[in-house]
Write a protein that binds this ligand. Sequence first.
Ligand code: SF4
Length: 388
Amino acid sequence: MVHALTVTDDSLAGGLTKRGVSRRSFLQFCAAVTAILALPESYAPRIARALEEKAKPVVVWLKFQDCTGNTESFLRAHNPGIGDILLDVLAVEYHDTIMAAAGTQASAALKAAIEPGGHIVVVEGSIPLGDDGVYCVIGGRSAIQVLEETTVGASMIITAGTCSTFGGLPAAAPNPTGAVSVADVVSGVPIVSLPGCPMNVDNMIGAIVHILTFGAPPAADRLGRPLFAYGERIHDHCERRAHFDAGQFAVEWGDEGHKKGWCLYKMGCKGPSTFHNCPSTRWNGGTNWPVGAGHGCVGCSEPGFWDTMTPIYKPLPAPPGFGVTTNLDSIGLGILGATAVGFGAHGVAKAVQRRRSTPISIRSAEADGNEGTDQGSGQEADTDGDET
Ligand code: SF4
């Protein structure tokens, strides 16, 4: 059974106003989220209306085996800032890294937050099952116990980062702790997957605003990743793509090609096999992203990362006939077929082919269901029945 969302008394817009956020800034926030969700500008007023009317969702944030990178990303939210998010956009009732309470007080806060049910659970980090879960124990309970208790009655789970979504680095070979993802151990609660090392907080805000506005999670791929954030290959929107097309590659750090901003494929860039909106959403308030700063994409938002994307500084195996004159789509599809554990290569190829032949504006509308009436169908976009 799927539980209804629990919300607080205050609306998001009301909370922001109380904290001195101007009407103009609020509308700018709505416009920014509309862009992140890849919706037409005309949806911004609808999002604003929804946020003015709907109350804040109750959120508890669990942390297990991870590096705290997703909390770091969360703390660097810029539009609105983290204070506004914590206090007004979301009712974050429990976050064991940044909450003031500790020990029994923290445990009591968690219990109080989840008792009514309908809360959103954000999970950061993988869950170790090895040796009875001894590798991650919080308040005397193993990670799997905490996860199972906290997700009872939840309306939704958001997996923040690659570790909770796919297992991530803790699950890399030889996986000494028996680390697994949330989807491996929880069923019966919808999961919105936001992989990445770390996830981009703008995508998390976008997903939550989508849920509040349209009453359902955003349309997702077969891995549960929202299409607005993971529907396109990094390679297809990279600012260095023209250099790839022209056969201009950096081959050593600091060489002429690197200084001139040429393609980083030969330095190990995994952009051709990675789906994420890093080139458009960017990081730290839109300042930059790894490839823009001169480092290749490491493929951190794909299943099987780290094992399938290493060595970091070597290109992934290329299909026969690879070269700068090779048809670029066949390069991308070949790389996908060689590396994407968890994808069915055939299914991915069909999805990519379909995307290639469909204008982006239409893809956005398709991905979001019936425009204007049922944006958040929550259904997988790929309905051709090609299972992996
Ligand atoms: S290989 Fe990497 S650097 Fe080169 S165009 Fe693709 S994403 Fe950009």
